[in-house]
Design a protein around this ligand. Structure first.
Ligand code: TXE
Length: 484
C-alpha cells in the first residue's frame, strides 16, 4: 500500500517518487510505503493552506463549530477501525487504543468546537471615546507530531487551530503517518473546506521546512527537547509563535500514609501504560522509606502477574511493542547503564519475544530499586517501560530532589493528608500535576511543561489564546485634537 500526502482535500502524487517505509513494531514487517512531501508537495501545501485559511476564516464561528462537531461524530463512529490503524503504526495494545486514542482526540475537537462561538474581545469607554478588541485567527499554522499518540496529537493540534479559523499543515511522525491522513479524510467528509487541514509526510527535513517557512504563522510541536529547540530556532527566523510539548522525567511521590494499592497502580500506569512511551510518565518514583518494602513487594507481584505482553491486536494484551528496533535498543542500553551504575533489578530488565508476537520490539516491564539521583536512568528520559524507585525520609528533601531536573512536565503525589498534598504539589516545578491520580488528561485541562519540558499549553480554554491574536481598535467619538 502506498500512502500519499493529503493536499487540498485529496491525495496528491509527489514528483520525486521518493518514499519511505513504515514497519509494524509488533512484527517488524513493512506495512506500507509513504510518499515524501517533496518540494512540489510543499509548494502545493502552502498554497492550499493559504486558500483554505481565506475560506475558513470567513465562516462564522457557529458554522465552524457545527462542521467540527460532525467530524467528532465521524471519529467516534469509526473509533475501532481507527484504533486498529494506531495499533499497527505504534505497537500499542488495541485495548488501549480503542479506549483512549481516538476518544481523547475527538474529545478535544468537541471541546474546542464548543468554545468557538464564545471567542470574544472586550470594550471599554475612554474619556468619551472607546476601544474594543477582536480575537483574530493567525493564518496558516503548522503541527508536527510525535509517534506515541499519532491521531490524538493530530486532533489536539488541529482542534484549537481550526476552531479559531486557522488552517493547518500537519506533519505526523515518519514512524506513524496513517492516522493523520484518516483525520484529514474525516474533516473533508464533515464539511471542512479543502486546504484547511493538509497532511505532509517525511522526517525532520520536512519538519524543518515547515518550521522555517515564512508563510507559516505558528508551529505547534510535540517531541523531544532537543528537536524542540531546533524547531524553535527555525521558527525564530520569521518570529513565529510556538507551542512546545516536550519530554519529561517526572516525579511520583508516595508518602507514608498513601493508599499503597493506589500508589502502585499509579506507578504502573505511569511507567507501563503504552509500554512506557508517554511523555508525562512518572518515571522517578519516590517512596517514603517506611513503606518502601511493602510498596516494592506489591509492585513486583502485580508487575509479574498482571502485565500481559504480546500481540497488541489481541484483546487481552495490555503491554505492547516499542516503536522501533532502534528505540528498543536505546531502552535496553539504559537498562544496562542502570545495572552498570549500581541499581538493582526488582523485576524485568530483559528483551522479550512473546509467543504471540515473536518478532516484535519488546522489553519486559522493568523496575530498578536502590537507585540514586545521579544515575542516568534517574536523570534522563528513557521513554520506555523502565521505572526507577527511590526512597526519601522527609517532605523538604523529596521536594528538593523531585525538582532537581531540567525537565518540568508532570508530577504526582500520593498522600491522604489533604494539606500536604496541595502544599507539596504547589511546590512542584511542573505543568501537569496529579494528586492521588496519574495520567488523566481531559480536554478541559490545559497541559504543557515548565522549564525544558515545553512552552504553551494544549487543551483547556486558554489554548484558544495560542491560536488567536488580539487586535485593539480605538474609536474616536470626538473631534481629533492636534497641536499642528
Ligand atoms: O520525537 P522527535 P519522537 C516526546 C517524548 C519523547 C519524544 C518521542 O517525551 O521525548 O516526544 O517522540 C520531527 N525540525 N513527547 O521520537 O524525534 C519528527 O519528524 C522539525 C512529548 O517522535 O523529536 C517528528 O515528526 N521537525 C509530548 C517530530 O519532530 C523535526 C508527548 C518529533 O520527533 C526535526 C509525546 C527538525 N529538525 C511525546 N527533527 C508531550 N509533552 O505532550 C525531527 N522532527
Amino acid at each position: 500500500m502506498l500512502i500519499k500526502n493529503f493536499i487540498h482535500g485529496q491525495y496528491l502524487d509527489n514528483h520525486s517518487a521518493e518514499t519511505f517505509k513504515v514497519i509494524n513494531p509488533a512484527t517488524n514487517q513493512v506495512v506500507y510505503e509513504v510518499e515524501v512531501a517533496d518540494t512540489a508537495i510543499q509548494k502545493a501545501a502552502i498554497e492550499s493552506a493559504q486558500q483554505g485559511f481565506e475560506k475558513w476564516s470567513a465562516f462564522s464561528a457557529v458554522e465552524r463549530s457545527r462542521i467540527l462537531l460532525k467530524a467528532v461524530a465521524l471519529l467516534r463512529e469509526r473509533n475501532d477501525e481507527l484504533a486498529k490503524i494506531e495499533v499497527i503504526d505504534t505497537g500499542k495494545p488495541f485495548q488501549e487504543a480503542v479506549a483512549v486514542d481516538i476518544v481523547t482526540g475527538a474529545d478535544s475537537i468537541e471541546f474546542f468546537a464548543g468554545l468557538a462561538p464564545s471567542i470574544q474581545g472586550n470594550q471599554q469607554d475612554v474619556d468619551g471615546d472607546f476601544y474594543y478588541t477582536r480575537r483574530e485567527p493567525l493564518g496558516v499554522c503548522a503541527g508536527i507530531g510525535a509517534w506515541n499518540y499519532p491521531l490524538q496529537i493530530a486532533c489536539w493540534k488541529s482542534a484549537p487551530a481550526l476552531a479559531c479559523g486557522n488552517s493547518m499543515i500537519f506533519k505526523p511522525s515518519e514512524e506513524t503517518p496513517l492516522g493523520a491522513n484518516k483525520l484529514a479524510e474525516i474533516y473533508i467528509e464533515a464539511g471542512v473546506p479543502a486546504g484547511v487541514f493538509n497532511v505532509v509526510h517525511g522526517d525532520g527535513k520536512v519538519g524543518s521546512w515547515l518550521s522555517h517557512h515564512p508563510d507559516v504563522a505558528k508551529v505547534s510541536f510535540t517531541g523531544e527537547v532537543g528537536t524542540g529547540k531546533k524547531v524553535m530556532a527555525a521558527a525564530a527566523t520569521t518570529l513565529k509563535d510556538v507551542t512546545m510539548e516536550l519530554g519529561g522525567k517526572s516525579p511520583l511521590i508516595v508518602f507514608e500514609d498513601a493508599d499503597i494499592e493506589q500508589a502502585v497502580s499509579a506507578a504502573m500506569l505511569g511507567n507501563f501504560y503504552t509500554q512506557g512511551e508517554i511523555c508525562t510518565n512518572g518515571t522517578r518514583v519516590f517512596v517514603h522509606s517506611s513503606i518502601h518494602h511493602k510498596f516494592i513487594e506489591q509492585l513486583k507481584e502485580r508487575t509479574e502477574k498482571n502485565i500481559i505482553m504480546g500481540d497488541p491486536m489481541n484483546e487481552e494484551t495490555n503491554f505492547g511493542a516499542l516503536i522501533s528496533k532502534k528505540h528498543h535498543d536505546l531502552v535496553m542500553g539504559y537498562i544496562k547503564k542502570g545495572l552498570d551504575q549500581g541499581a538493582t533489578l526488582l523485576t524485568g530488565g530483559k528483551a522479550a519475544s512473546p509467543q504471540s508476537a515473536p518478532h516484535g520490539n519488546f522489553v519486559e516491564p522493568t523496575v530498578f530499586i536502590n537507585c540514586t539521583d545521579d544515575m542516568d536512568i534517574v536523570k534522563e528520559e528513557i521513554f520506555g517501560p523502565v521505572m526507577s524507585v527511590l526512597t526519601f525520609e522527609d517532605e523538604e528533601e523529596v521536594i528538593q530532589r523531585a525538582n532537581s531536573t531540567g525537565f518540568g512536565l508532570a508530577a504526582g503525589v500520593f498522600t491522604l493528608n489533604i494539606q500536604r498534598a496541595h502544599r507539596v504539589i504547589h511546590q512542584m516545578q511542573a505543568g501537569i500535576c496529579w494528586i492521588n491520580a496519574y495520567g488523566a488528561s481531559p480536554a478541559q485541562m490545559p497541559v504543557g511543561g515548565y522549564k525544558q519540558s515545553g512552552i504553551g499549553r494544549e487543551n483547556g480554554m486558554e489554548t484558544l489564546n495560542h491560536y488567536t491574536q488580539v487586535k485593539s481598535i480605538y474609536v474616536g467619538m470626538n473631534p481629533l485634537e492636534s497641536p499642528f
